[in-house]
Design a protein around this ligand. Structure first.
Ligand SMILES: NC(=O)c1ccc[n+]([C@@H]2O[C@H](COP(=O)([O-])OP(=O)(O)OC[C@H]3O[C@@H](n4cnc5c(N)ncnc54)[C@H](OP(=O)(O)O)[C@@H]3O)[C@@H](O)[C@H]2O)c1
Length: 225
């Protein structure tokens, strides 16, 4: 099987869905993974059920893809969730509801990287991790931002461990993207479209194998943060 294989987690909507569509258009076979994705495999597309917060689930997905399609060339570790938080008031989600976000946003990409690395080493492949502009600036009372700071560190930690393996690692840091879940306080802020972010991902993975795009920070024009 010669067509390269591109796996996207969090592909049922938003940035993941837009990136999966563009990757398909650009000639990859594409696996679209999410918790709600009912299993369906066609010649060049595969909707797969996977929960990245579970090691068993993400490692089983990687095994299934390698055994049916023989290779993985790009893993886009994109699945993530966001809940509002406050450390000084009752605003936002109650603390017991914070755990799922931390596990999904931090353990999810870490498990994904660990599960896919043998396949990427075999293919000379590429890992792209979705962080956020919120993983560069400090936001008051914002645990989501802290999970994205973790991705900033995780991507660099993985990249430096991958030196000499042929695997490339890209940290993607989008600003506000219009994917439907924008908080009321930011509805009037400038926004990117999910397709803008998808083009950035495809830019990184389309470079020659000698070029490793380590970071992409992409904000809508006019955005302060
Ligand atoms: N939108 C923004 O402004 C923005 C800005 C910067 C960074 N980001 C980051 O970009 C990524 C995508 O965001 P988005 O706005 O496109 O989000 P979205 O529209 O809410 O989509 C999130 C995707 O992740 C999947 N998902 C959630 N938890 C999952 C899990 N445990 N396992 C597997 N899939 C899971 C969802 O599908 P199921 O519910 O079916 O599982 C869905 O496909 C996230 O990491 C987010 O933090 C977003």
């Amino acid at each position: 099987m010669n067509e390269r294989v591109f796996v996207v987690t969090g592909a049922s909507r938003g940035i993941g869905a837009a990136t999966a569509a563009l990757a398909l258009e650009q000639g990859f076979r594409v696996v679209r993974a999410s918790r709600s994705g009912a299993e369906a495999r066609a010649e060049r597309t595969w909707n797969a059920q996977c929960d990245v917060s579970s090691w068993e689930s993400i490692s089983a997905l990687v095994s299934r893809v390698e055994s049916h399609w023989g290779r993985i060339d790009v893993m886009f570790a994109n699945a993530g969730v966001s809940v509002d938080t406050s450390f000084v008031s009752d605003a936002g989600a109650p603390p017991p509801e914070w755990t799922d976000m931390v596990v999904t946003n931090v353990c999810g990409p870490a498990f994904t990287a660990r599960a896919v690395m043998p396949a990427l080493r075999r293919s000379g492949g590429h890992l792209v991790l979705t962080g956020s502009a919120a993983g560069r600036g400090v936001r008051p009372g914002n645990l989501y931002s802290a999970t994205k700071w973790a991705i900033t560190g995780l991507a660099e930690s993985i990249r430096t461990e991958c030196v000499g393996t042929g695997v490339r690692v890209t940290l993607l840091q989008p600003g506000l993207v219009d994917t439907g879940g924008i908080p009321a306080s930011r509805v009037n802020d400038p926004k990117l479209d999910a397709s803008d972010v998808a083009r950035a991902v495809l830019y990184a993975v389309s470079q020659p194998s000698t070029v490793d795009v380590n970071e992409i920070l992409i904000r809508p024009t006019g955005a302060a943060r």
